[in-house]
Design a protein around this ligand. Structure first.
Ligand SMILES: *Cc1c(COP(=O)(O)O)cnc(C)c1O
Length: 366
């Protein structure tokens, strides 16, 4: 049996190497995974408590409408309850949008390199993919506008961008929205929203009042530390939400995920604390890069993309043998770079001393 031909061109998503596998392979007892931008401090204790409280209801289907968390997010963000869609991670919202808008004969515009799921899902729907190269790590918004035509249904912005950690400013976002045709959906994927510190990063929510063709994606997987539960959401005008709802599975987010996310929003002290520690962690990496004259992209996220002036896969293996899982840039469109999730201060220190050892052996061998 042959699947749709476009599936044959795709590889399944390559996740960060699983901890258990690495332990066995290298005979290590301690493994630190800094490959998937998970929160090194876990999640709020309030979320854990909320999960315990759900344990007697596991036999019941979840609320497909997700009323509790819906009301909470609507209040917290300041949008209407009919302006939210929940997904099994924001990944699923990417999939829903592609199912809803893309098919053969349509096109979609995205930066490259960026988060791979936009392309992946668009390929499955048979749409034409228009990838516009980043310029100095930033979205080339002018060229992205230039790539839009009558066939274009969705334009993807990853803000901040994965894997560079760079961001689109408010002014640039504003100018971009003004120029995009109103019948083209703009997706602002803000998976790292809670980590951003830049003053000129856009608050996109008020733009929803002006633009019916905007959807904002956020998630509980990153700063909120609930990646395993799979819950994220999209914010858009009620007309857009209504239009895409039929493409959503009826019980796509679990009771546990809904309850944990609801409780997690109430613990903004936890988020603020994680943001502060993350900034201190980024500083450790910046200082190291300056000291060793390594190029890096200043990051508004909880990861950093560093040019290690060597073979990324070799550095990846060097760190792996010592129990640290990171991402090789070669799989992310940045050969010669590695992407490291910011860990605890101790973990960062250890990674950086392992990198220093690698750099020293490089210099010796040259
Ligand atoms: C991690 C990530 C996501 C996916 O998050 P989930 O909510 O866990 O599906 C989406 N977009 C970007 C840019 C990410 O880095």
């Amino acid at each position: 049996m042959q699947p749709k031909t476009q599936l044959t061109s795709l590889k399944p998503y390559q996740p960060g190497k699983p901890i258990e596998e690495v332990k066995k392979e290298f005979g290590l007892s301690k493994i630190v995974k800094l490959a998937s931008n998970e929160n090194p401090y876990g999640c709020s204790p309030l979320a854990k408590k909320a999960i315990e409280d759900e344990l007697n209801s596991l036999h019941l289907y979840p609320d497909g409408y997700a009323a509790g968390i819906r009301e909470k997010v609507a209040d917290y963000i300041g949008v209407g309850q009919d302006e939210i869609i929940f997904g099994n991670g924001s990944d699923e919202i990417v999939q829903i949008l592609c199912r809803a808008y893309l098919s053969a004969g349509t096109s979609t515009v995205m930066p490259a390199p960026t988060f791979p799921q936009y392309r992946h899902n668009a390929v499955i729907e048979g749409a034409e993919i228009r990838e516009i190269s980043l310029v100095d790590g930033d979205h080339d918004l002018e060229s992205m506008l230039g790539a839009i035509d009558e066939s274009t249904k969705i334009v993807w912005l990853c803000n901040p961008n994965n894997p560079t950690g760079t961001y689109i400013t408010k002014d640039d976002f504003d100018a971009f929205m003004k120029k995009v045709p109103r019948d083209v959906l703009v997706v602002s994927d803000e998976a790292y929203f809670e980590y951003v510190g830049a003053e000129d990063y856009p608050d996109t929510v008020p733009f929803l009042n002006e633009y019916e063709n905007l959807i904002i994606l956020r998630t509980f997987s990153k700063a909120y530390g609930l990646a395993s539960l799979r819950i994220g959401y999209g914010l858009a005008n009620a007309s857009v939400i209504q239009a895409i709802e039929p493409a959503r599975e009826p019980f796509n987010t679990s009771r546990i995920a809904q309850a944990a996310a609801l409780a997690a929003i109430d613990d903004q002290d936890f988020i603020a604390d994680c943001r502060k520690k993350n900034n201190e962690g980024l500083k450790q990496y910046y200082d190291f890069c300056e000291e060793h004259s390594l190029f890096y992209y200043p990051s508004e996220t909880n990861f950093i993309l560093i040019n290690i002036n060597g073979d990324s896969d070799e550095v990846f293996m060097h760190l792996l043998r010592h129990g640290y899982i990171v991402r090789s840039g070669s799989a992310l469109g940045f050969p010669g770079f590695i992407r490291i999730t910011v860990g605890s201060s101790e973990e960062n220190k250890e990674i950086l001393s392992l990198l220093a050892v690698y750099l020293k052996t490089q210099n010796v061998s040259r």
